[in-house]
Design a protein around this ligand. Sequence first.
Ligand code: TRP
Length: 330
Amino acid sequence: MKKIILTGDRPSGKLHLGHYVGSLANRVKLQDEYEQYVMIADVQALTDNFENPLKITESVFEVACDYIAVGLDPAKTTMFIQSQVPALTELTTYYMNLVTLGRLERNPTVKLEIKQKGYDDSIPAGFFCYPVSQAADITAFQAELVPVGDDQLPMLEQTNEIVRRFNRIYNTDCLKECKPYLSHASRLVGIDGKAKASKSLNNAIYLSDSPEEVRQKVFSMFTDPDHLKVSDPGKVEGNVVFAYLDAFHENKEEVAELKAHYQRGGLGDVTIKKLLNETLQTMLAPIRERRAALNKEKILEMLRDGTAKAAKRANQTLTQVREALGVKYF
Ligand code: TRP
């Protein structure tokens, strides 16, 4: 039997190349080896977007569309919508008894987000408690492995604490601890070179960008401001074109040679940008093709089937949890 893995994304707009190197490409590989669940975490997204629910609703479809476009196969990967699996909410309620406010306060990822969002002393309780809901997501599917970036490690730790407490207090072994499956992909910089690629900074290349949009973004990339003439020696560190070639160009030797040439002088920005543009267009071509074959009905159907399958799996765990708790009366 294949091991179960589960990941999730908060839907907030279309996905970009940073998501692709960070998680999507990996999931396409993992779906052959594991029984993979991929959850669109709209409930979690609402915890910090409750005033703007339409954004989340629309993003659910965009994200699902990107999933199929990159090559997630509904026959291998169960893609589903968190809000449509009520078992997750019920599990969250039971788990809420097993965590203290003090423990929630110490979660470093949530702590950082609270600071970034400037919540100060008006933290929405739903947001504060989302690690508990995430524990429900993970345990409902008895996921053994959770592919995540290191920012999510505190969530997995908290999940495993809940699992141990639950099993001890209710004298059961129905919940399973999980392990992280760390992605070692480094963060992708934005095309401006200033920070990571992100929607809010408007410096990302989207998987759904047209060939022309991609080309324009590549040609506007930050390189080395002191590299004025082709014959000048150029800097590779902080040069966005090389960062993207490192991430996407398959021939690492060629990239190493180009870097050396650029540093020596004699290699122009236009040449490396042309190469990067070709590399990205080739990579995006099959993604575009799959996207062109999609429509809203197909996406809805895929999500409906995936969600039904996920709900069935989650309900099995919920039944065991209810039994362990003694809240099974009929
Ligand atoms: N917290 C994750 C994020 O912000 C999303 C998420 C929700 C998730 N539930 C999950 C990730 C369960 C892994 C497993 O990206």
